[in-house]
Write a protein that binds this ligand. Structure first.
Ligand code: SF4
Length: 348
């Protein structure tokens, strides 16, 4: 099932949330300081030039709002649903806020997708991050949403306080076991005006760097995709505020997704070359759309492989291959004795 839907995102930053997660600043993440109102929802829908698949309420905990407030938003969208301007509604919320009455109301008003901020499946990490819910809450919420027939998107974070690459990977495994329809992965970014920023400044939190994020996401992405679970987002959407310094540290990089996919290709090419048979010059093939990912930013993958395998020349050409596959298209010259699988030092 394709997840490439046209979505109209509207933001209710922090609404409905009685918590204070250490990393949270919904206003800077969303780029919106004020939540939409039912009137502005209707206005936004009326101004659409063509229909969209879904109207999405992001940035808060929709189902944690009073039922009447939720109904205010949903009823503002209802006439547009009837006219076919939108086909469905999507909301994001917390795992401990999916009450039966809220889900019944969402279904009545045409909601199809619920995004749950799971963030971690490690209770110790959830506790020190101030999440206020447990891993079991997430498992139960996902099961309940499925019983009500919702599509379930799970959001996870890497590099939270108290976490580690292994804990993050186990979170990925636990979330995959819940069989979501899609996953978003958000490596932790240190935003100003958050408790995490203070922890970091006091030296009580070790920054999750872009490079840390690339390493762990390059393991998580294949984990989900090998199980048929699409990763629909990697890293925070860039906003003017984040790029202007609101993101004080951590894994903020508008090109994160590209870097992760490039890193995965590096590992695939490395595995291929370790099998040998490449000579002094080699040409690798990959599908046309991913040539630049295999080459890497500023040719970093090619340079790393060339050094590691003692190649004189290494290049990449587009080839008729399925996405994600790498093949050895040409191999010339004599392999040097010391080239090899024996040299497995990690890249810088
Ligand atoms: S649950 Fe946490 S991340 Fe979500 S809005 Fe509330 S404080 Fe922010």
């Amino acid at each position: 099932m394709s997840l490439a839907r046209r979505i109209l995102p509207l933001f209710i930053p922090h609404l409905g949330c009685g918590h204070n997660c250490v990393f949270c600043s919904q206003r800077s993440i969303s780029g919106h300081t004020e939540p939409v109102t039912p009137a502005s929802v209707a206005e936004a829908l009326a101004s659409l030039s063509r229909p969209v698949d879904e109207l999405a309420f992001y940035g808060g905990s929709f189902t944690a709002l009073p039922l009447s407030a939720q109904e205010g938003y949903l009823s503002a969208a209802a006439p547009f649903l009837q006219k076919g301007v939108i086909r469905a509604i999507r909301v994001s919320t917390r795992p401990d806020a999916v009450s039966v009455p809220a889900l019944e109301q969402l279904r009545r008003y045409g909601a199809e997708t619920v995004e749950l901020g799971a963030q971690s499946m490690d209770d110790a990490v959830l506790r020190v991050s101030g999440r206020g819910h447990s891993a079991e809450d997430t498992a139960q919420a996902a099961a309940r949403l499925r019983r009500f027939g919702f599509r379930v998107i799970l959001q996870m974070m890497t590099g939270l306080p108290g976490s580690s690459p292994e804990r993050d990977f186990r979170t990925g495994e636990a979330l995959a076991a819940l069989r979501p329809d899609g996953v978003r992965i958000y490596p932790t970014v240190i935003l100003r005006d958050t408790p995490l920023y203070d922890l970091w400044r006091r030296g009580e939190y070790r920054e999750h760097t872009v490079s840390d994020a690339v390493e762990i996401c390059a393991r998580l992405l294949p984990l989900f995709e090998s199980k048929g679970i699409p990763v629909i987002r990697l890293g925070l959407n860039p906003t003017d505020a984040l790029s202007a310094g609101q993101a004080a540290g951590g894994a903020y990089d508008p090109a994160l997704g590209e870097k992760v996919r490039s890193r995965i290709y590096l590992e695939k090419a490395r595995a291929l070359l370790r099998r040998g048979g490449y000579g002094a010059c080699a040409v690798l093939g990959v599908c046309k759309s991913d040539v630049s990912q295999l080459i890497g930013q500023r040719r970093c993958n090619l340079e790393a492989l060339r050094t590691e395998f003692h190649l004189e020349r290494l290049s990449v050409r587009p080839a008729e291959l399925p996405r994600g596959e790498v093949a050895l298209l040409e191999a010339k010259g004599t392999a040097r004795e010391d080239r090899s699988d024996r040299n497995t030092r990690p890249l810088p």
